[in-house]
Design a protein around this ligand. Sequence first.
Ligand SMILES: [Zn+2]
Length: 310
Amino acid sequence: MAQVLFLGGFGRSGTTLVERLLGELPGICALGEVVHLWQRDVRDDERCGCGHRFSGCDFWRRVGELAFNGWSNVDVDRVHALRDAVERTRHIPRLASAATASDEVREYASYYARVYHAAAEAAGASVVIDSSKHSALAHVLRWAADVDLKVVHVVRDARGVAYSWTKTVARPETDGVDQMTRYSPGRSALLWNAHNAAFGLLARRGVPVRRIRYEEFLADPRAGLIRLADFAGAPVRPEDLDFLRKGHADLRAGHSAAGNPMRFTVGRLPLRRDDAWVSALPRAQRRLVGAVCGPLLRAYGYPISIASEA
Ligand SMILES: [Zn+2]
């Protein structure tokens, strides 16, 4: 059995930060967003979190050998065809209601299971983290053989998320030629609802899902990490948290395969809530997002009106 902790949620909700901190704990190996591994790493040879090209990273080379007898044996077109067939947001209702999985779902899940098993062995870890975020993939992984799946659902105030999606962020792994996707606040509000609701469905299917709020986690990262490590089945000792300092964490290099540029951070990582949206997101857009996301914001314990509007 591979113990897998899947970090889920809508993008820009803080999953990379949570993953980086968990990845510092003994017995836990953080893999980044495995969903992008096939294209960005196996095919395009982008950079690993350690700074090397994927093909030049010893960790991932070993994972490829253990999982597939070398990455060259992976048929990336096949993986993508399977993904298009089963792992789309529109497939979630079917995935969530199915009592059995199709052959395609099982085959697609098997690629991930092989990566998880190999990574656990290569790292000598008892738990591997996949921070792919996509709820559809989490629904697929429910059917992966020999995978003990647990999900951490990271939520962040939809208005902070919407503001973040309006900003331009470069993708350093492509040496500055590419930028991360942007969404209008209205679009990201709809996506925020859909992606977050999908994790509620997953919990109702019997998958252990632990929901955390980004803002609450950053208010006390030490307590948050202790709780998550317990949930993952890899409890920590107090000295394991020495990398947490006042207001920042001290990070080692990791081997995150893909994801937010924070995966490259080595050394000081500020642990500060990013509340820029409170003043920077225009009032009309704040209200729009607050209205569209109101029911779930309330369910997650977020206030609908904020201080600057009082
Ligand atoms: Zn690496």
